[in-house]
Design a protein around this ligand. Sequence first.
Ligand SMILES: Cc1ncc(COP(=O)(O)O)c(C=O)c1O
Length: 433
Amino acid sequence: MSQSEIQKDLMTRDRQVVWHPYSAMPNTLPVFPVVAARGVKLQLSNGTKLIDGMSSWWCAIHGYNHPDLNNALVSQLKKMSHVMFGGLTHEPAVELAELLVEISPSKIETVFFSDSGSVAVEVAMKMAVQYWAASGMSEKYKFLTIRNGYHGDTFGAMSVSDPVTGMHNLFSGVLANNFFAPQPCVRFYDDWDSKDVLAFQELLEKHHTEIAAVILEPIVQGAGGMWFYHPEYLKSVRQYCDNYNVLLITDEIATGFGRTGKLFACEYAGIEPDIMCLGKAMSGGYMSFAATLASRRVAEGVSTGGELPLMHGPTFMANPLACSVSLANIKLLRSWDWESKISELQKQMEQELAPCRSFTGIVSDVRVLGAIGVVELTAPVDMEQISHKFVERGVWIRPFGKLVYIMPPYIISSQELSTLTSAICETVQGLSR
Ligand SMILES: Cc1ncc(COP(=O)(O)O)c(C=O)c1O
């Protein structure tokens, strides 16, 4: 079979048996067969190389096939790829937990490992509910969050994701009822107006006796709209949580490990959560891996007061391969001046995406924070058409809805980043014709 026949055959077989994210079966949208990934480039089976603007959904911060990360995996593989975590422990898990505690806000002192971001959110929600039940306040089991958030696709996570984009209609009989404050309006760079957090405060005041925790994405709302809100909002949320005796869960699954320009986005507001979710970039994009971190107060509250300890224990909890590659990834991140690099990427994206602002009628907003660049359109894109256009230009950019955005690997060169930004500007401009 020729290369192109092999490629066609794979796509046909794919359509027969494989589900893709948020897709029909068979899939109606294009998929492109990848055979290799190195640095910031994905190689398709027809030999085309694409500059990756997505970091595989926020994960591959150091690019693909990095020697340090490869070595960490290979050397761990030779010792053991997996052992159950019930009744056993191992060096990679303990060392990683210690490192996470060291780099996270000072109040955070304990780590629960799991296999995906959604599960880390479920665990965080369980911790909060069990914490209050163990303190004799089992009526505090609901959650307060903000509109346009996204926390994952499992049922607990969906119940605190945006009611419209988070599929609440589809699962209305199954999902728990939680409280939603309006989306914060004051933007990251604008002057703060304390009225922005008023509705949130009113909800908390009214319902705090039923609320176990506030859960939100700090500063950057990702899949719910790529929105950057004001640090003072988050600061006020922390204050109100303290005033009303409610825990604060920050979901740093997308924002963690430098993406926003800080190691963790909560640093912009100078606040500390009670529970924190990490995932995605933690393993550098190598393995599905996540963690729920908690303060000593929460951990001890759950463990000592209740009838049962924390009721969660995934089969692949603290998988040694995932722990080892995450350790290598975090050590690598700490070994170079990533903060300066992110600030350079931010400046370059600000400059190079700015022309999109002049595409009246097509573009409604352009915003950049850290290594995240967003062009918001006035109407949803045609995914089929735009995917092919980007691939033809040698870039991998996957918009959703009205959002054309990039969050490239931190190691991207300025030339490669310009290829991404010019592909966006020219493709978006072309939408007007
Ligand atoms: C903020 C946030 N929380 C949770 C999740 C869910 O993570 P996962 O897809 O690993 O389950 C995501 C995924 O995009 C996310 O962005």
